[in-house]
Design a protein around this ligand. Structure first.
Ligand code: SF4
Length: 573
């Protein structure tokens, strides 16, 4: 296959349970992942639709480079109108389905409609013979690990899966979409943010099976140049600092030092338990318990994913990330990484975003309805979410819903989505991203870990990294590889056998953001929604509140001329 020629797109109609395969438009060849999802949603989805109704559109789109030999490039984006924010949402994940879909030449799955029977469950099966929709009633209500174990017995060993846990089936706004990892063992990778699992559940879609069979790696137009790029890029990366070699959880000490390791619903920026929550403890445990650093998808050279074992040496979870240690750990005053590992596994089982769930439980604790640091009570609470108790429903629907449930005033969020670990008070440019990103408070939309920036730098720094991350999340590269725009356009050039200018790649990133903002504007968002929750502007940590003036926030949404630093800035998540 040369470039995109022969590529297809799958349209699934869940109202009638049918699937149709169409040609992928040539003019979309540079669209993948997040940008492709935005393009499809702006064309096919009514921004004013009920996010959990039949008119919402669920997109599953691998990146442009997925399925090729480019290192760490097999991410898949899940997109839809978010039931959490009410705006457009994209969340991407590793695992194998992105690689497998692209090896088969499928650039996206677009899921529309909903079955008339809300109790029915369905599966989409994709292999070398084509695409079909079948009943998945036998798997209704299964937790993700049991589901995947059963599916592995049902399908060829080469198959990978995209699954919806019970939280998604219950249409809870904190629900994630899971994918199986590179060993095809576990549903441990999640497109977690924004409640996209609830959209999948609302369509009665329990899982997607992708079996590439003997399909081979996608071949670029300029094989020689592409091969050289793969070699030099891999060598440069491996010769460099490899900052995620021991996982994202190894940033705990730095975050704590910067007052962005939030404690007790963010009333403080440092945790007294930073030492026991430090990811270094997880890496140390490998020696006595087993476990390792691994790559969640084939071709990943970063290997940031820790495989965590329990005290008996049995597999517990993967990957236990910095964000999870922060929100389910420090922010709820939990001191032990092992307790957080248990909760991470539970969230993966039920299909929940660990950031939103941890933030919601912290609100419950701050409201006096659960003891700070009571990890056992937290585990029980997460396990009761699929039973849809009143409290479980509130937590499963996220921090804002839990604020309403408890009547508590302190709910740190932007556009209805809980603030991730990185705090907008010491990191004000990151706060500008949370306010202006079409994604709401999402560190993967544009993280800037630089507390020394001056106010006149906030808007450009935020816009710059929002553009870089939008392009990265469209390419299939993982943000932890930290590619810059020049790297990505070099790979695109070799993939398609033509040159792509700096202007073209800048335009691509901007167009993705513009499509998403246009969707949100049509959904009813305005400039007055580009704000942070009041508590972050009033309650200081380390003497700082989020006090960036509205005109600086607004400037981040006005296109600025590209400077050289745009093309050299690394993706950052
Ligand atoms: S860098 Fe980490 S998250 Fe990204 S693809 Fe590799 S293992 Fe997965």
């Amino acid at each position: 296959m040369s470039g995109p020629s022969g590529d297809k797109i799958i349209y699934v109609d869940m109202t009638n349970q049918t699937a149709e395969v169409k040609d992928f438009p040539e003019e979309w060849k540079l669209l993948g992942g997040r940008a492709l999802s935005a393009k499809i949603l702006t064309a096919d989805c009514d921004p004013k639709c009920d996010p959990l109704g039949p008119d919402n559109v669920l997109v599953m789109a691998p990146g442009v480079l997925s399925g090729t030999a480019a290192p760490t490039s097999g991410r898949i984006s899940i997109g839809a109108k978010s039931p959490l924010t009410g705006g457009i949402k994209e969340a991407n994940t590793g695992g194998q389905p992105g690689q497998h879909l692209m090896k088969l030449g499928y650039r996206a799955i677009v899921v529309k409609g909903a079955p008339s029977d809300a109790e029915a469950r369905y599966a989409v099966e994709i292999n070398e013979d084509g695409v079909s929709v079948t009943s998945a009633d036998a798997h209704k209500g299964k937790w993700n690990y049991t589901l995947c174990q059963d599916l592995h017995g049902q399908y060829p060993k080469t198959a990978s899966f995209i699954t919806c846990g019970p939280a998604g089936e219950a249409r809870l706004s904190g629900a994630s979409v899971a994918t199986t990892d590179q060993d095809n063992r576990f549903p441990a990778r999640h497109a977690a943010r924004g409640g996209l699992g609830a959209v999948m559940g609302s369509k009665g879609l329990k899982y997607v099976m992708v079996d590439p069979g003997r399909a081979s790696v996608r071949q670029p137009s300029d094989r020689k140049k592409f091969g050289e790029l793969c070699k030099t890029y891999t060598k440069d990366y491996l010769d460099g600092p490899q900052m995620f070699k021991t996982g994202t959880s190894s940033v705990v000490p730095v975050a704590n030092m910067l007052h962005t390791f939030p404690y007790k619903n963010r009333v403080e920026g440092q945790s007294p338990d930073a030492q026991t929550l430090d990811g270094a403890r997880i890496v140390e445990s490998f020696e006595t318990r087993g476990g390792e650093m691994h790559n969640c998808m084939t071709g990943c050279i970063v290997k940031c994913s820790n495989v965590v074992h329990d005290a008996q040496g049995e597999y517990k979870t993967s990957a236990l990330e910095f964000e999870t240690l922060t929100l389910l750990g420090a922010n709820c005053a939990v001191a032990s990484w092992e307790d957080v590992a248990d909760m991470d596994r539970l969230c993966d089982e039920v299909g929940l975003d660990t950031i939103e769930t941890g933030a919601a439980i912290a609100v419950l604790m701050d409201a006096g309805q659960l003891e700070w640091g009571d990890a056992e009570a937290m585990k029980k609470l997460i396990a009761e979410i699929p039973e849809l108790t009143d409290r479980g429903k509130a937590i499963g629907n996220g921090a804002v819903a839990t604020g309403k449930f408890t009547g508590h005033h302190r709910v740190p969020h932007a556009k209805g989505q809980a603030i991730p670990a990185w705090d907008p008070r010491p990191l004000k440019a990151t706060g500008v991203t949370y306010c202006t990103s079409p994604m709401g408070a999402d560190h993967t939309a544009g993280l800037i870990v630089n507390p020394g920036l001056q106010p006149d730098q906030f808007a450009w720094e935020s816009q710059k990294v929002q553009i870089v991350n939008a392009v990265c999340d469209s390419s299939g590269f993982c943000q932890f590889l930290q590619p810059n725009l020049d790297n990505i356009r070099d790979f695109y050039g070799a993939l398609y056998g033509e040159e792509f200018s700096r202007e073209a790649i800048h335009d691509q990133g901007w167009e993705c953001l513009a499509d998403e903002w246009a969707f949100n504007d049509a959904a009813g968002f305005g400039a007055s929604d580009d704000v942070m929750a009041e508590c972050l502007s009033k309650d200081p940590i380390n003497g700082q509140v989020f006090d960036v003036p509205a005109d600086i926030v607004a400037a981040a949404r006005q296109r600025m001329p590209a400077q050289d630093d745009l093309f050299e800035a690394k993706a950052s998540g």
